[in-house]
Design a binder for this molecule. Structure first.
Ligand SMILES: CC(C)[C@H](C(=O)O)[C@@H](O)C(=O)O
Length: 506
């Protein structure tokens, strides 16, 4: 089993310790951290030295975590604590083809047939799940979204009409979580709600982002706000140099294996430390994307220069990054020495069923899938291409490639892979014998209609860069899914067994 001694759990704060922590009067902390550029910094005061009992002053504030601060800003409060229910003003509401029609139905039922949405510029509608299918009900869902967007004059609707050729639809983006980031809808300090559990992906931008149900989304559509409970925060401190055979997927599978699929239920998972600071935005997204697999309410990475650079030219909306105070209270803190980690997988049928990739070397596989919001970004494909290139070999099992978005698809054909003498991912994939990159969508990650490309229609064993490996998840109830990083997925494709990527990368 993957070692659990690599993650050390520090003592949680007791209620008594919480009362005794230093008190700060800083609604927004100053930035000591390299690369942070807060837009607005409200006066930062030294720890209060007053001998008065804090509970009697009414004016002394307790340090808050960044998620608590985002809740405070969005609910127009100066102070709040985990467990409080507050009305939160929503900055962006996202819905897609699976949940959009239900959300629209609830909105119309509760607010009236002729009601107008609260803000036509704050609702983002992204068809992405069951798109390239002849399933009539799936097709009808996209039509419902289109009619609604026309009726309400929704500003951001990423439509698709010609299902035969996604490239004939310049508005079509693909997988909602990655499209949200690429199209500039993710901003530090904001509140993003979406009718999809992987909406937590956007926590990579230092914002509060979480999945909500259709009923809540129908309400947000009309009212622009939602009653939410402030979550307590678990802090994960990741330090140490990341070995060249690891990716963020290994980090999050390691953590979920440690705390289990219910280890962060209704909690924030805040990721900090030198390793996190060195991660690209796409890798931070992979990390935050899977917090829901530990039950997390949201995941969050403090915004820094990497964030601001990614956002350049993507959004004209001003934003206000928020950071945890020095005296913020974390329910638990975990320290992880990343330099000691090895590539891991999640065995069937749970994302916390962690094992070292090398421990599964005798598991014969039938296919590999590289795609989804978790593992279908440009850097995920670049990583897979690196392994194929290093090996110079051909894949031994069918290897399906499904870019998350139209932009990712174009990158596969247009961007040179570093160290590949100008070759693109698509060229490397072709030489390795992979399937041709498919139309951007996320259908096969959760099965989808029978005719979904790369759906598991037989009881096969698949190594996948996706996020869930529950029974039936990718189509067949007896299918077996090993969740893995793009490195491990590519290495496994080359051998036909679950394979530690060090076999090719060292
Ligand atoms: C269809 C949608 C409601 C669902 C989710 O919320 O996660 C899907 O995206 C998934 O990954 O299982």
């Amino acid at each position: 089993m993957a070692s659990s001694t690599i993650i050390s759990r520090l003592m949680p704060f007791t209620t008594k310790k919480e009362i005794n922590i230093p008190l700060y009067a800083s609604p927004i902390s100053s930035s000591k951290c390299k690369g942070r550029v807060p837009r607005k910094v409200v006066a930062v005061m030294a720890p209060a030295k007053s001998p008065r009992d804090p509970s009697t002053t009414g004016s002394v504030k307790v340090g808050m975590t960044m998620t608590e601060k985002i809740f405070a800003r969005a609910s127009e409060r100066t102070q709040l604590v985990p467990g409080e229910n507050v009305w939160v003003n929503v900055d962006v509401l996202m819905t897609h083809d699976v949940c959009g029609p239900g959300t629209i139905g609830i909105f119309k039922k509760e607010f009236g047939e002729n009601a107008k949405v609260w803000d036509r510029e704050k609702i983002v509608i992204i068809p992405d799940h069951y798109i390239f299918t002849s399933d009539e009900r799936a097709n009808r869902n996209v039509d419902i979204l289109r009619d609604f967007c026309m009726e309400q004059n929704i500003k951001y609707f990423y439509d698709i009409k010609d299902l035969g050729n996604f490239r004939a639809n310049p508005d079509y983006k693909g997988v909602c979580h990655i499209a949200l980031a690429q199209e500039g809808h993710c901003r530090p300090g904001e509140v993003l709600l979406g009718t999809d559990s992987h909406t937590c992906n956007a926590g990579a931008f230092g914002q509060f982002a979480t999945g909500i149900g259709n009923t809540d989304a129908g309400f947000v559509m009309g009212a622009g706000k939602l009653l939410l409970k402030v979550p307590p925060t678990l802090r994960f401190v990741l330090d140490g140099e990341m070995p060249n055979f690891l990716l963020a997927k290994d980090l999050i599978l390691q953590i979920i294996g440690e705390i289990t699929v219910s280890g962060a239920t209704y909690k924030t998972m805040e990721f900090v430390g030198s390793t996190i600071e060195s991660l690209s935005m796409e890798e931070r997204m992979t990390l935050c994307n899977m917090v829901i697999e530990a039950g997390g309410k949201n995941g969050v990475v403090p915004a820094d220069q990497t964030t601001f650079k990614y956002l350049e030219g993507k959004t004209s909306t001003s934003f206000e990054p928020l950071y945890s105070d020095g005296g913020a209270r974390f329910q638990q803190e975990y320290k992880i020495d990343v330099s000691k980690l090895e590539p891991v997988v999640a065995k069937p049928h749970s994302p916390d069923n962690r094992a070292l990739a090398r421990e599964c070397k005798d598991v014969k596989i039938n296919r590999v899938y590289i795609g989804s919001c978790t593992g279908g970004k440009t850097e995920d494909f670049m990583a897979a291409a690196k392994v194929f290139l290093a090996s110079g070999k051909k894949v031994k099992v069918p290897t399906f490639l499904v870019p998350a978005t139209q932009k990712v698809w174009m990158d596969l054909y247009g961007l040179p892979v570093p160290g590949a003498g100008g070759k693109t991912c698509s060229q490397i994939f072709e030489e390795a014998g992979c399937d041709v990159p498919a139309s951007p969508n996320c259908g096969a990650c959760l099965g989808g209609p029978k005719d979904t490309y790369a759906r598991m229609n037989e009881p096969q064993v698949c190594v996948s860069t996706t996020n869930r490996n529950f029974p039936g998840r990718m189509g067949h109830k007896d299918g077996q899914i090993y969740l893995a990083s793009p490195y491990t997925a590519a290495a496994s494709a080359l051998t036909g067994f679950v394979t530690d990527p060090r076999e090719f990368l060292q």
